[in-house]
Design a protein around this ligand. Structure first.
Ligand code: PMP
Length: 361
C-alpha cells in the first residue's frame, strides 16, 4: 500500500483501494467456490449473483425504473459509436449530434460511415472545444439527441442537460457516469466504458430504455443487437466476468461506503473546487475550459511554457503523483479525479502545485 501513488490517470484510472483489497483477498477463492472469479463459469450461480447484483445496484443508484435495461457489452464506448446508429436509426430516421470534442467527433463519424441521416446540431469547435454549447435548436422529430456528457480530453462537462423537446438523449457518460444524480427521464440511453468511473477496461455499461431497445432493424448481426444482450442478461456469449465483478464491487462501494450519488457528487464538487479555486487566483496555472463548462472529472490546465509542463509532470511523479500529462492530442496537463480518487490525493496534488509555483513562478 505504501508504494501506491496518487493516480490521476484518465483511464484506465484509479479504483477505490477497498475494492482492490477485496479483489485481492477473494482472488484465489471467490465466495467459497474454491476458484478465482476468473475461473468460475459464467453459467454458474456465483457469476449470476455478481451480474445480477451489479444490475440491481446500477438501477438503484440511478433510480432507473423497469423500462430501463442495464447491459454489459464489450468493445468499449467506441463500439457504441457504431451500435447506436445501427440499432436506433432505420430508413427515413434522423438523429441530432452535438460535437463537443474528440469523442463526439468519433461518434458522429461512425454514424456517417453507415450513411445514416444525422445532423450535427451544435459544435464547440469554433473555440477549440473549450465550452459546452447552449440554446441548441434540437429537431423535435429526431429519434435521439446524442451528447458526450463529459469531455475527457478537453475537460468540459454539461452542467445541465439540454432541453430536447422530449427527444430522448443518448449520452456517452464514459468519464462521468455515477458521478452525480441524473434526471433519468431525459435519457433514452446512457453508455460508459467502465475504465474511468467504475472498473477495469473490457466492459461498457449500456443503459437503454425499452422504446429504443425495440427499434433495431432485422438485419443487424446478433452480437451487435441490443435486444440480444437484454434477452440474455448480457450472457448470450461469455461476458468479461472479471470486469463485471469489479464494476459490481465499485457500485457496492459507492452505495455502502460513500453513501450514494448525492454524497458522491458533493465529494466530487469539493475535489474539483480545490483545484479550480487555486488555479483561478494563480497567474502560473491556467485552466483551459471556459468556467461554466468546467469538468468536475478532468481538470485540464496549462503552465507558462511547455518546458515547465514537462518538468511539472516529471517532478510530480517523483513526488508520488502520477498521470498528470494532458492527452497527447492537446498537450498541457490534466488531473483526472473520478469517483474513486480520494480527497487526500487531490490535497496532495494541490500542495505539490503550490510548491511548484513557488519554485518556478
Ligand atoms: N468516450 C469518452 C468520453 C472517453 O473518454 C473515451 C475513452 N477515453 C471513449 C469514449 C472511448 O472509450 P473506449 O476506449 O472504451 O472505447
Amino acid at each position: 500500500k505504501a508504494d501506491r501513488i496518487h493516480n490521476f490517470n484518465a483511464g484506465p484510472a484509479a479504483l477505490p483501494l477497498p475494492v482492490l483489497e477485496e479483489i485481492q483477498e477473494s482472488f484465489l477463492n471467490f465466495a467459497g467456490s474454491g476458484m478465482s472469479i476468473t475461473e468460475v463459469s459464467h453459467r454458474s450461480k456465483w457469476f449470476d449473483d455478481v451480474i445480477n447484483d451489479a444490475v440491481v445496484r446500477a438501477k438503484r443508484i440511478l433510480k432507473l425504473d423497469d423500462r430501463y435495461h442495464v447491459l454489459f457489452v464489450q468493445g468499449g464506448a467506441s463500439m457504441q459509436f457504431c451500435m447506436i446508429p445501427m440499432n436506433l436509426l432505420g430508413a427515413g430516421d434522423t438523429a441530432d449530434y452535438v460535437n463537443t470534442g474528440t469523442w463526439s467527433t468519433k461518434a458522429i463519424k461512425e454514424a456517417e460511415i453507415q450513411g445514416k441521416a444525422i445532423r450535427v446540431v451544435a459544435s464547440s469547435e469554433d473555440r477549440n472545444f473549450s465550452y459546452i454549447p447552449e440554446g441548441i435548436a434540437f429537431n423535435p422529430n429526431a429519434v435521439y439527441a446524442h451528447i458526450t456528457s463529459n469531455n475527457t480530453i478537453k475537460g468540459t462537462q454539461w452542467a445541465q442537460f439540454p432541453d430536447t423537446s422530449g427527444v430522448p438523449i443518448v449520452s456517452d457518460m464514459s468519464s462521468d457516469i455515477f458521478s452525480r444524480p441524473l434526471d433519468v427521464e431525459k435519457f433514452g440511453m446512457i453508455y460508459a466504458g467502465a475504465q474511468k468511473n467504475m472498473g477495469p477496461a473490457g466492459v461498457c455499461m449500456v443503459i437503454i430504455r425499452e422504446d429504443l431497445l425495440g427499434r433495431s432493424p432485422k438485419d443487424i448481426p446478433t452480437m451487435l443487437r441490443y435486444s440480444t444482450f437484454a434477452e440474455k442478461n448480457s450472457m448470450f456469449n461469455t461476458p468479461p466476468c472479471f470486469s463485471v465483478y469489479t464494476v459490481q464491487l465499485v457500485l457496492k462501494w459507492l452505495e455502502e461506503t460513500i453513501g450514494g450519488l448525492d454524497k458522491m457528487a458533493a465529494l466530487n464538487r469539493k475535489k474539483a473546487d480545490l483545484l479550480y479555486d487555486y488555479m483561478d487566483q494563480s497567474e502560473f496555472y491556467r485552466g483551459t475550459a471556459e468556467k461554466n463548462s468546467r469538468s468536475l472529472m478532468n481538470v485540464t490546465f496549462r503552465l507558462p511554457s511547455e518546458d515547465l509542463e514537462k518538468t511539472f509532470v516529471a517532478e510530480a511523479l517523483e513526488n508520488g503523483l502520477g498521470g498528470l500529462k494532458g492527452h497527447r492530442s492537446v498537450g498541457g496537463c490534466r488531473a483526472s479525479i473520478y469517483n474513486p480518487t480520494p480527497l487526500a490525493s487531490v490535497e496532495a496534488l494541490l500542495d505539490f502545485m503550490k510548491t511548484f509555483e513557488r519554485k518556478n513562478g
